[in-house]
Design a protein around this ligand. Structure first.
Ligand code: PRP
Ligand code: MN
Ligand code: MG
Length: 185
């Protein structure tokens, strides 16, 4: 089969750069939550890689739970309509919650999720996102930990997909427009 790396026009972040930044973020999180019992909430499916690496790098007692929400479907554009496909198993009352996301694009998914989780009576809810696209923001979201600010290009890899593909790339790359230019045909 063809190498999926051929579908990228540019590697934006290597595996090593991602892992080094995650380690830095973990040191900050460890300082901020010292002595606490933290609940990490990963947003399926994009956040699986960052959740797995962040949780193992943290030297804090953590629980992990997952929510599946989707606003993109198979398109490259956000619909802004968020659906819960899988809810948490954990009650949030009195908990310190850290949402773990791969990317904040328009911010619509996260802003909806923050309001939803805050209505469940947690002690606190903060956000850790590996990537943020400042130029794509359609709503301002307060994010405590951001790994990298990236340009407004369609990126894949390290959990991020196009039509469910490329999530298993170890680094992050810009997808070649030739892969999705026939989307509206
Ligand atoms: C992607 C990404 C974020 C969200 C960001 O998820 O993983 O969760 O979009 O976009 P926004 O800031 O414009 O709302 P997607 O809906 O594609 O689901 P997935 O994680 O299963 O790929
Ligand atoms: Mn996602
Ligand atoms: Mg997606």
């Amino acid at each position: 089969p063809a190498d999926v790396a051929d579908d990228l026009v540019e590697v934006l972040l290597t595996e090593e750069q991602i892992q080094a930044r995650i380690a830095e973020m973990c040191r900050e999180i460890e300082r901020d939550y010292a002595g606490e019992n933290l609940l990490l909430v990963g947003v399926l499916k994009g956040a699986v890689m960052v959740m797995a690496d962040l949780a193992r790098e943290l030297s804090l007692p953590v629980e992990m739970d997952w929510m599946a929400v989707s606003s993109y479907g198979t398109s490259t554009r956000s619909s802004g309509v968020v659906r819960i496909q899988k809810d948490l198993d954990t009650a949030l009352h009195g908990r310190k919650v850290l949402i773990v996301e791969d990317i904040i694009d328009s911010g619509l998914t996260l802003s909806w999720l923050l309001e939803n989780l805050r209505s469940r009576g947690p002690e606190s809810v903060e956000v850790c996102a590996l990537l943020r696209k400042p130029e794509a923001a359609r709503i301002d979201v307060d994010v405590r930990y951001v790994g990298f600010e990236i340009p407004n290009a369609f990126v894949v890899g390290y959990g991020l997909d196009y039509a469910e593909r490329y999530r298993n790339l170890r680094g992050l790359g810009i997808l070649s427009p030739s892969v999705y230019e026939h989307e509206d045909d």
